[in-house]
Each structure stands twice: as structure tokens, then as C-alpha cells.
Write a protein that binds this ligand. Structure first.
Ligand code: ADP
Ligand code: MG
Length: 423
């Protein structure tokens, strides 16, 4: 073992208190420290943050971390600052800071104290930030949630599109891009947009063997969900609905049925929203009924079920949302209700959109319908979508879906898969 590697383990222990690296973390960090551009595709919970936090802490200068959500950044900054006895090791730079606070951040960077600077892409283009950052020592750039660059991703942010030009203006340093989205289209888009086609790619399996996948027709849905939750009394769960109105209605319906549930969506008053989320995290409430606004960056390890009241708009979203179950490796039941009429409604909605958006939307819907209607192993289907092969007989978690444990009907499942995915 090289001296550098032994050293890295020491730093891991010192800052994070962990004795071993997870997955390919060590190799990723070593390559980044050696000046390589890196692309990391790892499922949620895989330990992506450490791949840039640790090298940032031990490098000279400041690493710039681009991240899409202010709430996410704040959590991370607090966590990093908790790792070190020094203050100002990590900062957020955005428009919420007043002049004095901004000056403090700038001073800490100049003095070499700040190892991680979290910014949203829309802040990075501000002229005075840009001018300042050009003149200080930058160790590397980390682009977290890099799928936000791609229209094929589940969370496209136009501000991410111009990142490459901004980075080039600031410094000529290595870039590490990280995402939990691994569809080949998104991957390709990210690499091209960031000019990283020569980057070293580290991809981990997206298989979540402890999750059970079930898709069921949307009939008597309210009753069915109440029954399901009552059977799982006291366990933590999330119910996803597409509209805010549905979220409110259904949370009420659950409450009326004696279930400890609260709503969550972006239209709620900020205070209520945060309070409801906290109650869920603190286990004062069992079930959260939510739109997709809920979940990004929320790390509750013991969510035991994720129910889709409405089918999601892409297989990618489905994977991300179901992925919030069983983070601790324990039981995670993923139950989705499917009605072709819901898909028709979504298609009508897409018809009003600009052409490119419509085409992407329709293709994503096609793929998710294929998944809903398939009779093959759901795990195999999902993993195929992420560019992985999976053995539906002996693979890890092979029995963990409705089609595997209770095959619906005999038909040529492989032809089915090809038809849907090679459109
Ligand atoms: P991701 O961004 O890939 O979703 P995170 O960076 O949030 O994942 O990490 C998920 C969890 O794994 C965190 O609780 C983190 O502390 C933990 N973790 C990361 N690396 C290690 C490690 N080497 N050993 C133990 N736990 C780790
Ligand atoms: Mg992350």
C-alpha cells in the first residue's frame, strides 16, 4: 500500500471518524488529488459528499462546490464545520448574506481557512463573486447533483447549463461531477456539457436489493392505502401524489382514518413545511403525504415504505423516490398505483408544452408505462434502464418484486423490455 493511501485512511478517521472507505471513495479521492477530472455515478446514500469533502479538507486552497438547493448546502456546511475545531472551514456564498457576512466569507477564503465554498450556480455568475474567485487559490470544482445539467434528468436546472464557461473563467483546476442519476442519456449530457468526455468514470451499481417493488392497478386506492398503512402501523412511510390538492386531501383522509399523517408540498407556508418535515424526521409523525418537493437531500434511514398514489413522470423519478425507503438496508416496500388514464392526463398536459420538452416528456412517460405494464423482473427492468445487466434468477434481490414472487402471466418478457427501451 502506498504512503498516500495509508495517509488518506488517517485523514478519514481524523475528520469523519470512519475507519474504512465506502465503495470506490478512496480511488476517487486519490485520482482527484492527482489532478484528474472525475465523474461519479453512485446511488443516493452511497457516500458521494465525502469524495469531495475529504480532498477539500486536505488540499491547499478552497474547493468550490456547486449544489442546487440552499437547504441542502446549509446542512452540508453545518456538518463539515462540525468536523473541525476551526470555524469557517465551510461557507455558503449566496444572496442571503449581508455585506458584513460576505466580507467575512471572503476574508476566510483569502486567509486560506475556507476549504469548502458552497454556491448555487446562479450565484457563481455574479460579477463581484467571479472577480473575487479569480484571484484566490481554488483547489478543485465539485458539481454535486450534476444531473441538473440535463433535460433528460429528473431535476433540470437551466442555470447549470453554463457552468463550464464559468468554471473556465475562474480557474484551471480539476472538476469532479457527482450524481445519483445514471441513465446513459443523462450521463452523456453531463459529460458533454461539462467538457468532461475524458474524465475518469466511477460507476457503482444502482441495485437496491432490500427494496420490494410492487405495481398494482389503481382501484379502491384510498381504502387500499389505509389498509396497507394500518398493517404497517408505527412504521415510517411516504405517500407521493402529483398535485398539491391531492396531497392536502389525502393527508386529511388518512388523519380521519386515525393515521398519524401530515402533508408536505411547496405551496405550504415555509414554517408549516419545515415543521412537518421535522416532525417526520423526529418520528412524531409516521406518514408524510407529499409532492415530489419532498425528499431531495432528506436522509431518514428507516423509511419502511414509499407509496405512489400517482405514477411518477419518469422511471428515473420513480427510482429516486422509491430509493428513499430502506436507506439503512432494512425493509423497504415500494408500492405504486397505476392507472393508464393518469398517463393520458399527463400526455394532454405535455401537449401544451414546447416541442422539445414535449418530446422528452413523452419518451420518459413511455418508459415508465413500460415499467408499470411489464411482467418481467422489475429490478431487472430498472437496472437495464441504468445500463446495468441483472440476473433475474440469481441476482441480489431477484425475488424482491411482485412479478418475481408472484408471476402474473407467461409471456416473452425480454421482447417486452426491448420494445419499450429501444424506441
Ligand atoms: P450521497 O450524496 O451519495 O447520497 P452522502 O454523501 O450523503 O451520500 O452519504 C450518505 C451517508 O453515508 C452519510 O450518512 C455519510 O456520513 C455516510 N458515509 C459516507 N462515507 C462513509 C464511510 N466511508 N464510512 C461510513 N459511512 C460513510
Ligand atoms: Mg449527495
Amino acid at each position: 500500500m502506498s504512503a498516500k493511501k495509508a495517509n488518506l485512511s488517517g485523514e478519514l478517521k481524523k475528520y469523519f471518524g470512519f475507519s474504512t472507505f465506502k465503495g470506490q471513495q478512496e480511488e476517487i479521492i486519490n485520482n482527484l488529488l492527482n489532478g484528474k477530472d472525475i465523474f461519479v455515478l453512485m446511488p443516493t446514500g452511497g457516500g458521494k459528499s465525502l469524495c469531495y469533502q475529504l480532498p477539500a479538507l486536505i488540499s491547499e486552497g478552497t474547493a468550490i462546490v456547486v449544489s442546487p438547493l440552499i437547504a441542502l448546502m446549509k446542512n452540508q456546511v453545518d456538518a463539515v464545520n462540525g468536523l473541525s475545531s476551526e470555524t469557517g472551514v465551510a461557507h455558503v456564498l449566496n444572496s442571503s448574506l449581508n455585506k458584513t457576512q460576505t466580507k467575512q466569507v471572503f476574508d476566510d477564503i483569502k486567509n486560506g481557512k475556507t476549504k469548502l465554498l458552497y454556491v448555487a450556480p446562479e450565484s457563481l455568475i455574479k460579477e463581484d463573486y467571479l472577480e473575487f474567485l479569480k484571484d484566490v487559490k481554488i483547489s478543485f470544482f465539485a458539481i454535486d447533483e450534476a444531473h441538473c445539467i440535463s433535460e433528460w434528468g429528473h431535476d433540470f436546472r437551466p442555470e447549470y447549463r453554463n457552468l463550464k464557461q464559468i468554471i473556465d473563467k475562474i480557474a484551471d483546476v480539476p472538476v469532479i461531477a457527482l450524481t445519483a442519476t445514471a441513465t446513459p442519456k443523462v450521463q452523456d449530457d453531463i459529460q458533454k456539457t461539462l467538457g468532461m468526455t475524458n474524465a475518469l468514470v466511477f460507476k457503482e451499481s444502482f441495485n437496491r436489493p432490500n427494496l420490494f417493488y410492487e405495481v398494482t392497478p389503481k382501484v379502491n386506492i384510498d381504502k387500499e392505502i389505509v389498509k396497507f398503512i394500518n398493517k404497517n402501523k408505527g412504521k415510517s412511510g411516504i405517500v407521493y401524489c402529483l398535485s398539491r390538492r391531492k396531497v392536502e386531501e389525502f393527508a386529511q383522509l388518512l388523519q380521519v382514518n386515525g393515521i398519524n399523517a401530515l402533508p408536505y408540498h411547496a405551496g405550504l407556508d415555509q414554517k408549516v413545511r419545515v415543521a412537518n418535515q421535522d416532525k417526520f424526521l423526529m418520528e412524531e409523525v409516521d406518514v408524510i403525504v407529499a409532492t415530489i418537493a419532498f425528499g431531495m437531500g432528506i436522509d431518514k434511514p428507516d423509511v419502511r415504505f414509499v407509496i405512489h398514489y400517482d405514477f411518477p413522470k419518469s422511471l428515473e423519478s420513480y427510482y429516486q423516490e422509491t430509493g428513499r425507503a430502506g436507506r439503512d438496508g432494512g425493509e423497504g416496500y415500494c408500492l405504486a398505483f397505476y392507472d393508464p388514464k393518469d398517463i393520458e392526463k399527463l400526455e394532454k398536459f405535455l401537449a401544451q408544452k414546447p416541442v422539445s420538452e414535449r418530446e422528452i416528456g413523452l419518451q420518459l412517460l413511455n418508459e415508465v408505462v413500460g415499467y408499470a405494464e411489464t411482467s418481467m423482473s422489475r429490478r431487472q427492468y430498472i437496472l437495464y434502464y441504468f445500463g446495468e445487466t441483472f440476473d433475474p434468477v440469481n441476482g441480489d434481490g431477484a425475488k424482491m418484486c411482485d412479478n418475481a414472487s408472484n408471476p402474473p402471466k407467461l409471456k416473452d418478457a425480454t421482447a417486452d423490455l426491448k420494445k419499450t427501451l429501444e424506441l
